[in-house]
Write a protein of this length. Structure first.
Length: 406
């Protein structure tokens, strides 16, 4: 089936064009300035951009990708609701970032091609071997690293496990990292107390290729030791995940990061959780001992005041860079779509060009998503209300009070 879209701002690999983008059999068949045939949809006055790819996302709209002690949901239902919600915010591809007991079910779901929203392009396991907890956090410990656990993670992933984030200073962690490197799973430095020198050794000598959510739960910039952040910014052999919500990392620090680091080595992520895009308020956490505050500003905090992921979808990170830091949209689309494809070898995605998958998002000047296409199929348009995509059962069982934080 042929679909022809007209738009005066199509963000292609070679620049912004006023023309037509033609979709057929999941792919972009053509991008051209002249077309004499029938047009299916006219998006003039809007922008057509590549679909966003979020490689660090724990949940969405009340659908968790991790185990909860006090909330049970059929995991296939959770995955489907999660993927349908993501496309409403322009995410066409995702690495569900899950607890290790969920790897198998997510991999099976992806293998069976059951997606009706965003496409599962890989699986990310943040942990379970994490050391530093960040400001106002409480250490809860972790299971002992072992070759057997690592091998089970890889086997459960059925080739879909693409990224494992862990703390390299943990004793016996080499039993895990050796397995991951042997199976071509990318290693990321996360939640670490290591300073500049040791982080560089991990990158240059131990095969770590990513810094997980740069700036968060790691040693910071200091004039006598620039810490893990400094190593991430200065070492050209490592990619850096950056959350651009201006909450996890303030506006000025994001500006420093983007000024110092090669933009081709920055991957924008959301670090979203199941509380993302839910009504502001206080919610029961993943166990009976914790509460989660979703602020009106999009922040998420535990009862101790620790930041606990972000409630701001990635499209607003893109908006922040363009409207607050004056970056050109064409330039920063590589952060949201292209760079992760280069790193994780996601073929035929990340940019709008002939022969790539037709993963397309239409936005207005305020970065509101008008509609989303995944592999040429219209999977979302703005006639669908966000409230209809939220997991009402999760809200009913978890929401305690209205927002009191901000």
């Amino acid at each position: 089936m042929l679909t022809v879209l007209r738009c005066d701002k199509i963000y292609t690999e070679s620049g912004v064009i006023d023309g037509y983008i033609i979709l057929e059999n999941k792919m972009i068949q053509d991008i051209c300035e002249q077309y004499d045939g029938e047009i299916d949809v006219d998006f003039r006055g809007k922008k057509i951009i590549p679909g966003l790819i979020d490689t660090h996302n724990h949940g969405f709209l009340g659908y968790p990708m991790r185990t909860s002690e006090n909330y049970t949901i059929d995991h296939e239902t959770a995955i489907q609701g999660y993927l349908k919600g993501l496309v409403a915010y322009g995410v066409t591809g995702v690495f569900p970032t899950c607890s290790i007991d969920k790897i198998a079910s997510i991999a099976t779901f992806a293998k069976d091609n059951k997606e009706k929203g965003a496409k599962i392009l890989g699986i990310h396991s943040e942990g379970p071997w994490l050391n530093r907890v960040g400001e106002k956090g409480i250490k809860k410990g972790f299971i002992h690293p072992s070759k057997e656990i690592a091998e089970k993670m890889v086997n459960d992933g059925k080739g879909q496990l693409k990224l494992v984030s862990l703390s390299p200073e943990i004793e016996s962690i080499e039993s895990v990292t050796r397995v991951m490197k042997d199976k071509d799973v990318t290693l990321a430095i996360a939640h670490t107390d290591y300073l500049y020198e040791n982080v560089n050794k991990c990158i240059d000598q131990k095969g770590f290729r990513v810094m997980t959510h740069l700036g968060n739960a790691m040693t910071g910039l200091h004039h006598r030791d620039v810490g893990a952040i400094g190593a991430g910014l200065l070492n050209n052999n490592v990619y850096c995940e950056v959350i651009c919500d201006f909450i996890h990392v303030c506006k000025e620090m994001v500006q420093i990061m983007l000024s110092v680091k090669d933009l081709n080595k920055i991957i924008m992520i959301s670090d979203n959780s199941e509380y993302t895009a839910l009504p502001a308020g206080v919610y029961q956490g993943t166990d009976d001992k914790t509460t989660i505050e979703v602020g009106k500003d999009g922040s998420i905090h535990t009862e101790t005041g620790k930041i606990q992921g972000s409630s701001i979808p990635m499209i607003y990170g893109l908006k922040n860079l363009v409207q607050e830091l004056d970056y050109d949209l064409q330039e920063v689309l590589k952060l949201s779509s292209k760079n992760c494809c280069d790193l994780y070898k996601l073929e035929n995605r990340g940019i709008l060009k002939i022969g790539n998958y037709a993963d397309i998002v239409v936005i207005d000047d305020d970065f509101t998503v008008e509609c989303t296409y995944v592999e040429g199929n219209l999977v979302y348009d703005n006639s669908t209300k966000i409230e209809d995509l939220q997991n009402k059962d999760f809200i009913l069982k978890h929401k305690i009070t209205q927002c009191i934080y901000k």
